[in-house]
Design a binder for this molecule. Sequence first.
Ligand code: CTP
Length: 421
Amino acid sequence: MTNQANDPTSPPAGDLAGKHIVLGLSGGIACYKAAELCRALIKQGATVQVVMTEAAEQFITAVTMQALSGRTVYTSQWDSREDNNMAHINLSREADAILVAPCSADFMAKLLHGRADDLLSLMCLARPIDKVPLLLAPAMNREMWAHPATQRNMVQLDADGATILGVGSGFQACGETGDGRMLEPDELLEDIIAFFAPKVLAGQQVLVTAGPTYEAIDPVRGITNLSSGKMGFAIARAAREAGAQVTLVAGPVSLPTPRGVTRLDVKSAQNMLKASVECAKTASIFIATAAVADWRPASPAAQKIKKDGSGSAPQLSFTENPDILATIAQSARAQRGELFCVGFAAESHDLQANAQAKRVRKGVPLLVGNIGPATFGQDDNALVLVDEQGTADFPRAPKLELARQLIADIARRTRAAKQKP
Ligand code: CTP
């Protein structure tokens, strides 16, 4: 037998490795999404025990869920497979979380009243409330969702300690359009991974700039660079996982917004400066990952520049762009220690020396160096952290993994800075 942990060819352990999740399905058309969610949880290393209500079985079969989870599904509180015939106790005691997806309006109402007339509701009531979190992914028609009874139930369930994962908006199976769809499996997965992450940045407001900027030459042409924004987006996601309120000021990239992150789309360096300076007024941490264009055309043409037939190229003159990081690092809040600023350096050579010089020039306590051509557009990266004391290496790893390490490091630094007299 191969030792998985030592086998370099085995897939990575996944963000939910070691977690055992009871996936409860109540009745709703969104049960079809639960099949994919089950797969996604398992792909991230979780073990999944599916429990279905009688109504859920009208929408999807236990056979499907058994095949996807690799475990027989529980549908009845009278299941005699359990030696003590107490499936509700046994299944809830071994769970790291109970996730009800889809959670119907009826099932929410049941939970609210502490009713226990089927295995899933019985299990939710019988779970050790301080050890086994209950996460709910509501799914229902928009009128049912908007109904005061459902909204009231949601508030009370939250007060009773459940975590409501929210709903999506859009076209519904009934043909109507509005709020109440179950979140997509990848959205739920991101929320569940975030739920389990240590909340080392709870109470912090984090501002991240990411991606390239675009500097117009004329209405149809411009200057930009190869930054994909992936590192900055990964950092925004990791900061949100760590419990921070995150604002992501993004240059033109087509990446999806990380869950729970407020995104402001900008184009030029000047737009990015304006948005960032505004957000920096309340932020406690600023991480500048954007590859801001150093120069912009001095006077962009109002109309498309045409060839004049002479064969000669138009003459462009350039103006230096504002330095967003240096501007914010020099602000009174940063100088008073209320805003911890982190810069990035994309270099092509002499990484450590260039990064250290840039840190001093930008006036920031921490600068993260990487080799530009080795990171732009890639899914992995290697980082060098440079501070007043020296340097530390983060070896090559997926960008999300590095982002989590960096966020943990920044959390330690900001905690230590607070404790200083
Ligand atoms: N940065 C910024 N505004 C600029 C230029 C850079 O906020 N106008 C930030 C970047 O987001 C990054 C850091 O400053 O955090 C360093 O960016 P980099 O492009 O590596 O350095 P430059 O300042 O442009 O210096 P050089 O081109 O000389 O290497």
